[in-house]
Design a protein around this ligand. Structure first.
Ligand SMILES: Cc1ccc(Cc2cc(O)c(O)c(C(=O)NC/C=C/[C@H]3O[C@@H](n4cnc5c(N)ncnc54)[C@H](O)[C@@H]3O)c2)cc1
Ligand SMILES: [Mg+2]
Length: 214
């Protein structure tokens, strides 16, 4: 029977990466996507920008929207201080199952809580279910038409504090026009665009980093 692309990506990790070595997991996925099959991971070029933002923020609490196969989950978690917590939401059970194994291969399961469910359902439960007051960093990389509603939901649920950072993937390609318009014109955010390329291609894309001003 035919395997899926995420299954083939996981096989590449288990074949080429060293257990417990997050950087080798990231490298194995990037090699798979460059040499074998393109997949919608944030990738190595935008991944370096992600790494620099995570390092600069040094967050104690991180929310990732859209785990997919766990590539950015591993990148982020590998840079977190020991007591930090990364919650990642994924509503596709097949992707979630692959991501759990990728995260485990990297040896990061203690830093990551993968929640199988929809962001719209789980954002309002963050305080009661996980004891989260606010998020220091949010990485948005799920369906592009959910960036804006979920950002408004996080505001309404009081999950953002003065200084919380939102980092959004794909603001050019596929594009998130309504989110960009809102976040760049809202007096409650200070935004900065990091020009880059769509993962594994020469097409323009970029990350939008926004600071919540309270
Ligand atoms: C035209 C065109 C097409 C594709 C591309 C290339 C391209 C490049 C990229 O970096 C991309 O991130 C994407 C992209 O579409 N990403 C969507 C990613 C979704 C993942 O998140 C999951 N999910 C989606 N909504 C939710 C939700 N509410 N709650 C919980 N999980 C959710 C899904 O289950 C997937 O695991 C596409 C470029 C241009
Ligand atoms: Mg993306």
């Amino acid at each position: 029977t035919q395997t899926t692309r995420p299954q083939r990506m996981l096989a590449a990790v288990q074949k080429n990466a060293t257990r417990g070595d997050p950087r080798s997991v990231v490298k194995a996925i990037d090699q798979f996507c460059r040499q074998k099959e393109w997949a919608m991971n944030v990738g190595d070029e935008k991944g370096c920008i992600l790494d620099s933002v995570v390092t600069e923020v040094n967050p104690a609490t991180v929310l990732e929207l859209g785990t997919y196969c766990g590539y950015s989950t591993v990148r982020i978690a590998s840079l977190l201080p020991s007591n930090a917590k990364l919650i990642t939401l994924e509503f596709n059970p097949d992707y979630a199952a692959i991501a759990r194994q990728v995260i485990a291969w990297a040896g990061l399961e203690d830093k990551v809580q993968l929640v199988e469910g929809a962001s719209g359902d789980w954002i309002p439960k963050m305080k009661e279910k996980f004891g989260i007051e606010t998020f220091d960093l949010v990485f948005l990389d799920h369906w592009k038409d959910r960036y804006l509603p979920d950002t408004k939901l996080m505001e309404e649920c009081g999950l953002l504090r003065k200084g919380s950072i939102l980092l959004a993937d794909n603001v050019i390609c596929p594009g998130t026009p309504d989110y960009l318009e809102y976040i760049r014109n809202s007096p409650r955010y200070k935004s900065q665009y990091f020009k880059s390329h769509l993962e594994y291609t020469k097409v323009e894309d970029g990350l939008e980093k926004s600071v919540f001003l309270g």
